[in-house]
Design a protein around this ligand. Structure first.
Ligand code: EPZ
Length: 430
């Protein structure tokens, strides 16, 4: 097993560069399936979720050329099959984008139900409602979702989402760009990665209006041709490092960000006594004094992001006073609290609400990452805690954070990757 070992209590100083956005990349890469030509995608984060989605495209017959560390060229002109391999698709939530992309381009898709972090139920009924409204037949057979456009091509229509869903908004957009006629998505999600996917598709020749508002109009076009596109910086990666500085103290310039995307996070950190200065494409985060309590409720964008909920909880555990945290998106996103309690944190959870009594100091412990953002929150807690924290199951964290150990070590954190003897022995045997 591989784990992170952190010797906490060291303030952070220096600069951190933010990578491309995971949740944009895992939609934009499948969107290349819609493009008839070579599609160059830049600022791709080097994380395991991206590797997985690229492997899936390759299995389908896409030609993928790595140009450099963050740039690939994808050519889907000669796809071999429309059935997505089960063992790969089940490891990643974003495999659901393959349904929309394959339906949009070929009028047919066979995709296993998606995997990803476990937050209780994660239905995709709104995606399917959209595909059906656009003229697809969708059923489940032999563990696969089978979707087929009845007329061979998707048809534009009006779709009202019952729930603001990032995945359904983006998936319907993928299915609609080559559809016959106009598709209107009402009550659409407004997250930065929704806008990024629309910008990517438009740069390849799509006709999408209104992304970033709650009504998106997609006029179907006959063909998307190749082009070049650079993915936006990762809002949540940036927020995670902002939270790390808030927890540990110090002063760090977080570079290559879009400060507007961070406003919801900045506002909460300011309330807690952290200083945040916005620059053109960077934020300077400084924490010298005590952290003070606040209340946080997660909501769809532009509200406070659910993907920052565990990280803000980590800081609230060390803030003076009692804070109330409300999860407004997922049913069960508090599976990490027992791990925080091992570090001396005081949290009570009742349904979607967590009440957190700040303690003066967390102490190091052996803990286990239970999902991606919870794992990142454990790193934050470990950096601020007194003593040594060991975090197991770090593969969750590496699904979404590029070079987290190098980036944190670069600003003075004492964090390293340790491979336990068991794994070394296994590696020698195989
Ligand atoms: C995306 O998941 C992100 N994943 C999640 O980030 C993020 O937490 C979430 O959006 C919310 O911002 C990716 O982009 C790959 P939703 P998604 O559809 O699209 C309910 C991370 O850590 N719902 O917006 O799957 C659902 O149960 C990950 O990076 C339905 O009821 O989320 C939830 O309560 C974790 N029916 C709410 O809507 C549906 O058909 C929002 O889910 C779809 C969703």
């Amino acid at each position: 097993m591989t784990k992170y070992v952190i010797h906490g209590g060291k303030p952070l100083f220096g600069e951190i560069d933010i990578s491309g956005a995971k949740n944009a990349a895992v939609a934009i890469i499948p969107a290349a399936l819609l493009v008839d030509g070579i599609c160059r995608i830049e600022n791709i984060p080097q994380i395991s979720d991206v590797t997985l989605i690229l492997n899936i495209l390759q299995e389908l017959g896409a030609d993928i050329r790595t140009i450099n560390r963050t740039t690939v060229e994808i050519d889907c002109s000669h796809l071999r099959n429309l059935r997505v391999p089960e063992e790969l698709a089940r490891k990643i939530r974003a495999s659901y984008y393959l349904i929309g992309a394959l339906l949009g381009r070929f009028g047919s898709a066979q995709v296993p139900p998606p995997g990803g972090c476990d937050f209780g139920g994660r239905p995709i009924d709104q995606h399917i409602k959209g595909f059906v409204a656009m003229g697809a037949e969708v059923d489940v057979q032999g563990g696969y979702i089978h979707a087929r456009a009845q007329k061979g091509r998707m048809s534009g229509t009006q779709i009202y989402l019952d729930i603001v869903s990032v995945g359904a908004t983006m998936n319907i957009m993928l299915a609609a760009v080559l559809a016959d006629g106009m598709t209107v998505i009402e009550n659409a999600a407004k997250e930065p990665h929704v806008v990024d996917l629309a910008n990517f598709l438009n740069s390849m020749g799509a006709d999408i209006m209104g992304a970033g508002t709650d009504v998106i109009k997609i006029r179907g076009v006959d063909r998307l041709s190749g082009g070049s596109y650079s993915i936006i910086p990762d809002q949540i990666e940036a927020g995670t490092y902002m939270a790390a500085v808030a927890a540990s103290g110090g002063e760090v310039l977080i570079k290559n960000v879009i400060p507007k995307h961070l406003e919801c996070i900045t506002a909460k950190l300011l309330e807690m006594g952290v200083e945040v200065e916005e620059r053109d494409d960077a934020v300077l985060v400084r924490r010298t004094g005590k952290l003070t309590r606040t209340n946080v409720k997660t909501l769809p964008y532009p509200g406070f992001p659910t993907d920052m909920q565990p990280q803000i909880a980590a800081i609230l555990c060390m803030a003076e006073g009692t804070s109330v945290l409300t999860e407004g998106v997922w049913d069960n996103r508090y599976r990490y609290v027992d791990e925080f309690r091992r570090m001396g944190a005081q949290l009570q959870v009742d349904g979607k609400i967590a009440v957190i009594e700040g303690v003066t100091q967390l102490s190091g412990a052996r803990i286990r990452a239970c999902d991606l953002r919870a794992g990142a929150a454990m790193v934050i807690a470990g950096l601020a805690a007194q003593g040594t924290t060991e975090i197991d199951c770090i593969y969750h964290i590496e699904r979404g954070y590029e070079d987290i150990v190098r980036k944190l070590s670069g600003v003075g954190a004492d964090i390293r990757v340790v491979v336990t003897p068991d794994e070394e022995k296994q590696a020698q045997v195989s």
